[in-house]
Design a protein around this ligand. Sequence first.
Ligand SMILES: Cc1cc2nc3c(=O)[nH]c(=O)nc-3n(C[C@H](O)[C@H](O)[C@H](O)COP(=O)(O)OP(=O)(O)OC[C@H]3O[C@@H](n4cnc5c(N)ncnc54)[C@H](O)[C@@H]3O)c2cc1C
Length: 417
Amino acid sequence: MRYVIIGNCIAAAGAVEGIRSYDQKGEITIIDGERRGCYSRPLISYLLAGSKGAAGLHYRSEAFFARNQARVIPARAVRIDPPAGQLELDDGMMIDYDRLLLATGASPLIPELPGIEHPRVKTLYTWKDAEEIAALVETGATAVILGSGLIGLKAAEALHQRGMKVVIVEKQEQILPRLLSPWSATIALRHLQEQGIQVLTGHQAVSISESGEVELDHGAKIPAQLVIVAVGNRPNQSLAREAGLKTGKGIIVNQYLQTSDPDIWAAGDVIETHNILSGAAEVMALLPLAHLEGYLAGCNMAGQAVRYPGAIFLNAVHFMGMHIIAAGEPNRSGTVLQWQQGSSSLEMTIDGDYLLRYIAINLPGITGPLTAIVEQQIRIELKEWQEFIREPSMASLPAAYWAEMRRWEEHGGLRCG
Ligand SMILES: Cc1cc2nc3c(=O)[nH]c(=O)nc-3n(C[C@H](O)[C@H](O)[C@H](O)COP(=O)(O)OP(=O)(O)OC[C@H]3O[C@@H](n4cnc5c(N)ncnc54)[C@H](O)[C@@H]3O)c2cc1C
């Protein structure tokens, strides 16, 4: 069996593990478009900050691929020919496959702004980006970050650590709009400001001048040495689309992570994932999901039939000494319970007997159980949550949680090998 994987990051690493759980002999070929090996994207901001060296960036080492007899080709795939079972690389080489995985991830969105092509305007998405930004860092000069999502905040933290003055410009009225409620965003904002980061919410850039000056929609102008664009990402699905596969917001897959072509699977940031709470198909660009999806796709490529039930939105951000974990449905309303003590806080949204969402700041101990309760939709009455929120801790978790955990352990997790 000839397995080919396009992309060499998180989903690809998971897929190698999945394939090798069942097939020790098949040929595995990986097409590495970045030519950097399999590295962990979330670590590039630490490389930029100078707190991590290049050697610490790899998610899976070369030894991992050698041990699993996976050949890595440094090249980009430019075309897939499903009827012929072939793909073409950017150097013209043709590769035959029996089973193909698209693990092509996503790329940053670039807004159409005058001056966006300026050489001091960058994105922070790849290892190369981090190196290019590092070369432009100037202590004491100003860096403007467009967008206050996870990547924008990680860029802000890294540049602040490198001694730059950081100004974040956010179009929405609050920071981390996809992750936080307005209440919890206020707590996080205060923390950023206390660290010396300037945040302008409710504004957007309209142009960037030759000298690097960023003009905002209300006319203010910020002279900047560096501008980081972090306004969102888009799945890399053009190869799939051109090959005639079904696509939407991301590549469309079934519950076995198989695309509309039975010989082609897809996993990671490039796919639409089934949101098990809302029932909707959504792009969930998260590292643990990319690995799990890659792993399950690999198992299925090797002949298994393991179902992927989908996932919930779960995100963990750590910046400037603040830990934020949020999980669940941001768009549904219910009874909101809030707790705050010093720099720690917890917000929970409950609908009937179900926890729809939680946002925990600097409260890491209980987020595992709360995530399990959201994900598995464990029934817990509102009055039990009202008791819990008075002093949230492992000890005060409702009894129904522990009962469900015992049942889950007996059934085992999502493994195929
Ligand atoms: C700065 C930053 C911080 C992050 N922090 C977090 C975090 O804290 N928590 C979290 O859960 N997630 C985080 N993420 C998201 C996380 O990195 C992604 O969810 C994860 O990397 C997805 O893995 P993937 O394998 O699906 O895709 P990717 O990691 O995007 O890898 C896809 C690879 O495929 C390559 N490729 C694309 N097209 C081709 C082609 N035609 N031929 C060959 N190769 C191709 C790409 O160049 C890329 O190397 C962060 C991302 C960034 C950028």
